[in-house]
Design a protein around this ligand. Structure first.
Ligand SMILES: Cc1ncc(COP(=O)(O)O)c(C=O)c1O
Length: 376
């Protein structure tokens, strides 16, 4: 289906790709040329870039997180961050707490461990069900870690409430279980005062994962984790075993790009453009989707999560949508950890990588399909 979805006549809201036309390609080109020109080791194996780590410390400060360069570990994207942290924390056959519907890349990370994933629901207004996490602990759960995406949740597009943020941290502290906070969308926020990451509330029990993929360019494959300093050496061993080091040229070029200034202006531009695409999609949903569909306004991230009536089959809707309307999206069931029908009546729509007129057209077509929907 994903192959069909990538045909040029299909309007795709399926993948969370950043908008290619917003990549600062010329500036990245200048940074790469500058790095190659001035830095004889840019094409060599090399240690993590100290300059980039100190930029990451500054970026984290913009989000209200205080950390030091000694706590910043550079990775090949957020995906590698979660993979290394799982390797560090999880024994084969161990236990993890996650949400019922969660980023599929995380589920892939867990696969080789054949672990038990204890799941809790996600409230579309306030995020992870912290009472359910509490209940798991009360029943004796001893997970290696709790994984969550507090800001710009993928797929449910919710920001965790402030109250839940502090309660989740209290649970982590009292049970001495780390939280792995995956935050690739944290800088892509649309509200006046976005919530600070969990890591801003606890430097000991929150292991933070960040990424340049959504805010610069995913092909550079650079992300980072912020962890207590004592874990850095172990992560270093795991990283070396995995891919030796994060591409030296990419790290140093991103540092040069950030040295040049203008990153905050770039972020502001991204937020403005994504907010306008988000609003365009919401406007289309209001006009063209039937009354039985409901959704929230996402304050961060790149997705809108649409729920239809119980019994609606979004997998079937996708198959029909591709044939009848040439529009792609991801059905909620694609994100279900236990494949038990969770999310089956829901659609995840990505607004990031379609121009506004394509958003209008795609939502009109999808609305048409839902309007004549009579089930199987
Ligand atoms: C929640 C989440 N985590 C991690 C990733 C992977 O990011 P990266 O490109 O930095 O590896 C994605 C990508 O879409 C994501 O949605």
């Amino acid at each position: 289906m994903l192959r069909d979805a990538s045909c040029s006549d299909v309007i795709s809201f399926a993948l969370g790709l950043p908008a290619a036309e917003l990549f600062p390609a010329a500036e990245i080109g200048v940074a790469i040329a500058h790095t190659l020109d001035r830095d004889p080791c840019a094409l060599q194996y090399g240690p993590a870039s100290a300059a980039l780590r100190s930029h990451v410390v500054r970026l984290m400060a913009l989000r209200g997180v205080t950390c030091s360069e000694e706590q910043v570990f550079l990775t090949a994207g957020a995906q590698q961050g979660m993979s290394l942290l799982a390797r560090l924390l999880l024994e084969p056959g161990g236990t993890v707490i996650s949400e019922e519907l969660i980023y599929t890349g995380f589920q892939q990370v867990l696969m080789p461990y054949e672990c038990e994933t204890l799941t809790v629901p996600t409230d579309p207004d306030t995020g992870i069900d912290v009472d359910a996490v509490d209940a798991l602990f009360a029943r004796g759960a001893r997970p290696a870690f709790i994984y969550t995406i507090p800001t710009g949740h993928n797929p449910i597009a919710v920001d965790m409430s402030a109250e839940k943020r502090s309660r989740l941290i209290d649970l982590a502290r009292s049970h001495r279980v780390p939280i792995v906070e995956d935050d690739p969308y944290g800088f892509v926020s649309y509200g006046e005062s976005p919530a600070a990451p969990l890591r801003a509330l606890d430097p000991e029990w929150v292991y933070y994962i960040g990424s340049f993929s959504k805010i610069l360019a995913p092909a550079l494959r650079v992300g980072w984790v912020v962890v207590p300093e004592r874990l850095m050496a172990l992560l270093g061993v795991l990283k070396e075993a995995s891919d030796i080091d994060t591409a030296t040229l990419a790290q140093r070029s991103i540092a040069a790009f950030l040295d040049a200034g203008g990153f905050e202006a770039h972020l502001a531009r991204l937020r403005t453009e994504y907010r306008s695409r988000r609003d365009r999609m919401l406007e289309g949903l209001g006009k063209h989707f039937p009354d039985r569909a409901c959704w929230r306004v996402p304050s961060s991230g790149l997705f809108v999560w649409v729920a239809l009536e119980d019994g609606f089959d979004a997998d079937l809707a996708l198959r029909r949508s591709l044939v009848e309307e040439r529009v792609a999206f991801l059905p909620g069931s694609a994100f279900a950890v236990h494949g038990d029908g969770a999310g089956r009546n829901c659609l995840r729509l990505s607004f990031s990588h379609s121009a506004s007129d394509r958003i209008d057209e795609g939502i009109t077509r999808l609305g048409r399909l839902l309007g004549r929907w009579r089930g199987p």
